[in-house]
Write a protein that binds this ligand. Sequence first.
Ligand code: ZN
Ligand code: ZN
Length: 393
Amino acid sequence: MVRHQSLVAPRISLTHRRLNPLEKMGRNERCWCLSGKKFKHCHLIRETLEPINAFEQEQRMFAELREGYCSLPKTDGENPCSSTITKAHTIQKRGGLDTIAESNHVLTVKPLMKDLIQSSGNPKPRKIGLNNASVFPGFCSKHDSETFKPIEGKSLNLDTQSAFLFSYRAVAYERFSKEAEGRFIAIMKEVADRGQPFWKQAAMQSLLYDVSFGVDLGKREINRVKESFDRLLLDDSYEGFHYFAIRFDQVLPVVACCAFQPEFDLTGVRLQQLGQDKVELDNITITVTPFEGNTIAVLGWIGPENGPARSLSNSFLSIEKARIADALIRLLFIHSDNIFLNPTWWDDLPERNKVALSNMTRSGTLARERTASEYTNTSLQLSSAAAIETVTG
Ligand SMILES: [Zn+2]
Ligand SMILES: [Zn+2]
């Protein structure tokens, strides 16, 4: 494989774009927080405002995540949206999610604020009901059922059309999440430091500034990917779409639906370097769902035939068939929080495996970069499933 351009391009430096918080400014000058407002309407009075606590912040985040719209590309007049935005499952509920559920519940790795606080930042996966697991308000009900009919039924062909639809839904989900995150950060800039002294305002605004820089970059990136998927959907063509699918001999204890930029392959080779300004990065989607007593994993992408996404999927083939499921589960914990777990499976894992997986869910942040060793950590025995079929398209 040719070395990806991002591995030789200069990395974006966050350090040369820092906020410059100022305790004193002219009342009519634009505020140092870059809100665009005059100082007198912005940080001059921030300390006098009623503070907002962590739970109220969390409620604001949930409110943004409930703010739905249809993700299908708009076409003039043809096939308009229906009036209701549905809670679309990113992983089919019947025959999918419910296969790994117990008493109608699965576990999610997305913590609640109270769990984060009570566990001093080390929350355990928590129970979530099937109707709320993996859902996002990202399609109108008509387009949700119309678009995904070929992959929602009782039978499924692991062909290009199915793979494309799995990928499309993953991309729509990631676009929705990134966008909701962007809206939430914008709100936090206005409310998170209310009632705080200047030094705290400065620290919180600087952190939010750094975070929003990353979120904006991610938003631009996923919008670009979404547009290329939209084009193929509208043209009813799969030109330039590639996929790789795996079928296992049993149901895996994990389901997932996500899109991300692969950094390493499963042997630890670095594929691309994130945080690039001018280089387009390869994105890949992964959907993992039970189907008729087996689990299938579908990886899909639009882009170069022999880029980082293909290298990642090819690296599955270099792994022993009985260890492919372990590698897949590691990859999901590293890259996605839209993963759901069978409760008994998680409860029965040895403590060291739980710790290792929990750490993986927290990598890839400002605080902790991802490492090759997470991708290659074969010491974790996670599933006894074996891969019985792979399809390359
Ligand atoms: Zn301000
Ligand atoms: Zn619609």
